[in-house]
Design a binder for this molecule. Structure first.
Ligand SMILES: [Zn+2]
Length: 314
């Protein structure tokens, strides 16, 4: 009896210790997962759904490159806490400091963690167009995030704008790694950039590419220029594409889930308008062939509306 009791107590203690460890590991991950892409290149994948207290607003993909001189991070997370969660994952594979942060776009999860890494000594790099977008939308993004992820998860978050700003492209050589940052025009947001690693033919596309889930054409997006930005990515002939949202992919799948969606929706909307239809009957445009993508029901109507409004001015 005594023996059984002790055994039970010990198992309970082990179980409890195990669980505590679980909770801690989960807290550090905050719904992010890490994948090695190449010898020194890693991608971090966020959830495909909405911003939440669990994901700290990091419902997007990130990445980092480890060099002999330090780490180059691609996108800093949606808040101070979100940046911490990304840093925790980085520390599971390298103790090197983060010395550069590249912001690939203007959405909150691309840049609101800048201040966290800046305090640790990192230099922030973004296109001029992205920086302008950050400046314009900082307050509204923080407001929106506060209701999406909760006040406790966004406290200490302060906007920090890029230290290094560029017009169309920026070359960064860090130790033996060559990194090209290319802003080929407005796409999902006005300042979207591709981070291109020529040595491994790997592209971190930011929000120029979405896979698995439907892309969102939002108020600051430009679908026409987005098509051109995608073509700039195509011209690089990447072997691996790490999209802004969704799993690692190749160019063919990126074309299927993003490029074909943009071009098809633009074509269909143009025909719809030419036939004399108004925006009030926009839901008549069929987008069924893309219904396999997550978030399809939530976003398809808004996307068509936005494209309609754009085409009125083209
Ligand atoms: Zn995004």
């Amino acid at each position: 009896m005594n023996l059984t009791f002790s055994f039970f107590s010990i198992s309970k203690t082990i179980l409890l210790a195990g669980c505590l460890f679980c909770v801690q590991a989960m807290a550090q991950n905050n719904a992010l997962s890490l994948k090695k892409i190449d010898q020194n290149v890693y991608a971090i994948f966020g959830q495909l759904g909405d911003r939440s207290a669990e994901n700290l607003g990091n419902n997007a993909n990130f990445g980092f490159i480890i060099t002999a001189d330090g780490i180059v991070l691609i996108d800093s997370g949606a808040s101070f806490q979100g940046a911490q969660a990304i840093h925790s994952l980085i520390k599971t594979v390298s103790e090197q400091p983060v010395i550069y942060v590249i912001n690939t776009g203007g959405q909150d999860h691309r840049w609101l963690g800048n201040d966290y890494f800046s305090r640790l000594g990192a230099k922030i790099i973004a296109s001029k167009a992205a920086t302008k977008d950050h400046t314009t939308r900082a307050n509204s993004q923080i407001e929106r995030l506060t209701s999406a992820i909760g006040e406790a998860n966004i406290k200490d978050t302060k906007p920090k704008f890029a230290d290094i700003q560029f017009d169309r492209s920026y070359s960064l050589q860090v130790a033996a790694t060559q990194i090209e940052i290319i802003h080929a025009g407005s796409a999902h947001t006005p300042g979207d950039s591709i981070v291109w690693l020529p040595q491994s033919k790997t592209a971190f596309s930011g929000d120029i590419v979405y896979t698995q889930r439907l892309l969102g054409i939002i108020s600051v997006s430009n679908s026409k220029s987005w098509v051109n930005a995608f073509e700039a990515l195509k011209n690089l002939e990447p072997g691996i594409v790490i999209p802004g949202h969704g799993k690692t992919t190749d160019l063919a799948s990126a074309i299927k889930d993003t490029y074909r969606y943009l071009t098809t929706l633009r074509e269909k909307t143009r025909d719809f308008m030419d036939a004399g239809n108004g925006i009030e009957s926009i839901s008549a445009i069929s987008q069924d062939e893309f219904s396999y993508l997550k978030n399809y029901d939530i976003l398809k109507g808004r996307n068509a509306q936005k494209v309609f409004e754009e085409l009125e001015w083209e």
